[in-house]
Write a protein that binds this ligand. Structure first.
Ligand code: ATP
Ligand code: MG
Length: 401
């Protein structure tokens, strides 16, 4: 394994500036792991012996990201670099961070607090790689292993259980045995972890190259601690195509497709997903096993039920699920034919939404109709007509019908 890495210019300058003021500084954690694996790091975190006040004094313009935890963000070319003082973590609470932290001047103490060996390496161009816990060995052997005693580490923060599963899905790694055993023991503690943190890890897992790894959550009976309705998912039915676009609503919908739309929404709400994702995923769960339509009118009617991008996502989801499963659900249709028809409808510019209707609410008011419920219903009725007769979508015709 190549043990040098390409640190981006700005991160390197930050390290140098800290060094020039007499402080130690390294890039650390996920960016070191990803670089060694030839993956593109999402962000470059820096760990330093300098205290937050000292970092601020050196760099002038900084953002107080989490001062109480020692983190200051430095912006370079619109990219944020989080610089965090070496620290020892106290007990974790039900938040994103430990209850109290203690700063230290010892890099090893800082690395020791980190969750997994592959996440506990630091690097700087002068000293090379600092790998105190055999992270390299675990990278080579594709293994997720806790730093230190797994039982203790999961007891400090039960979210690490889901992080272990998430990293194994992202990297295609296995979970080392004592780490996996500890997960079984500490699983009940997940109940104390906030739903937001749980959701972030599950979403990252679903967006990974091995989304089916979410089954591990069921192997270890973690499902009962995820959220109230999560155990309604039948692990035997989980099959998420890794080729599915890495978008939240697509991956969550693929996971939840065998639930009723109401159950799917309940799970997503309990996990505090954003409303946009919930609403899109709900539509996909509602529609994936319904035939889109046997003729162009029916296809237009389906199109009118959702935004155009979501309609495209629906076709992608159906395709990824495959005709076999669709047929098993009683949905018999020729997807290729539907796609061709849909393209034709789009190319012709047929109206499939109120927005595209040739007549507007304002037009109706001008011709004497009062604003209100009836007006809305009239517009809907006109849309229904136009969905059946696209050629009627002109002001003149619609005024007459
Ligand atoms: P990614 O950003 O790709 O999700 P990452 O490894 O950078 O992965 P982050 O959540 O950004 O993960 O955390 C950065 C680093 O902080 C980790 O690599 C790890 O060293 C440490 N870390 C994060 N969360 C925890 C935790 N709950 N317990 C212990 N260490 C943690
Ligand atoms: Mg990160």
């Amino acid at each position: 394994m190549e043990l040098t890495m390409q640190v981006p210019k700005h991160a390197q300058e930050i390290l140098e500036q800290l060094n020039n003021h007499g402080f130690e500084a390294y890039v650390v954690g996920g960016c070191v792991r990803d670089s060694l694996l030839h993956r593109v790091p999402g962000d470059w975190d820096i760990t330093t012996s300098a205290r937050p006040e000292q970092v601020k004094a050196i760099f002038g313009h900084t953002i107080d990201t989490g001062l109480q935890h020692g983190t200051v963000t430095i912006m370079r070319d619109k990219v944020g670099y989080e610089v965090t003082t070496y620290r020892i973590d106290g007990e974790y609470e039900d938040g994103r961070h430990p209850k109290e932290v203690e700063f230290t001047s010892n890099l090893l103490e800082d690395l020791k607090r980190r969750d997994f060996t592959i996440n506990a390496m630091a690097y700087n161009p002068k000293e090379g790689l600092v790998d105190a816990f055999e992270g390299i060995q675990d990278l080579k052997e594709k293994r997720i292993r806790c730093v230190g005693n797994a039982l203790e580490r999961f007891t400090e923060d039960a979210l690490r259980i889901l992080r272990a599963i998430r990293f194994s899905a992202q990297l295609g790694f296995s979970i080392e045995e004592s780490t996996w055993e500890a997960i079984k023991v500490i699983a009940p503690n997940l109940i104390h972890v906030s739903k937001e943190r749980i959701q972030v890890e599950l979403t990252k897992l679903l967006l990974s190259n091995h989304p089916d790894e979410i089954r591990k959550v069921f192997d270890r009976e973690l499902d009962t601690r995820i959220c109230a309705d999560f155990p309604k998912i039948n692990p035997a039915q989980i099959a998420i195509d890794p080729g599915l676009p890495k978008e939240k609503h697509m991956r969550w919908a693929a996971l939840l497709r065998h639930q009723t739309p109401e159950e799917a929404v309940a799970i997503l709400r309990q996990l505090k997903l954003d409303n946009d994702t919930i609403s899109k995923a709900k539509t996909l769960v509602q529609w994936w096993k319904r035939p889109i339509g046997a003729d162009q009118t029916q296809i237009r009617k389906t199109m009118s039920q959702m935004a155009p991008e979501l309609y495209d996502d629906l076709l992608v989801l159906k395709t990824s699920v495959g005709e076999l499963e669709l047929q098993a659900e009683g949905c018999v249709e020729d997807l290729d034919w539907v796609k061709t028809q849909s393209r034709e409808i789009r190319q012709r510019g047929d109206c499939v939404s109120l927005k595209e209707l040739a007549i507007t609410g304002a037009d109706l008011i001008q011709s004497g109709m009062k604003p209100g419920k009836e007006l809305g219903e009239t517009l809907k009725r006109l849309l229904e007509l136009v969905l059946e007769h696209p050629e009627w979508n002109t002001k003149d015709i619609l005024k007459k019908v």
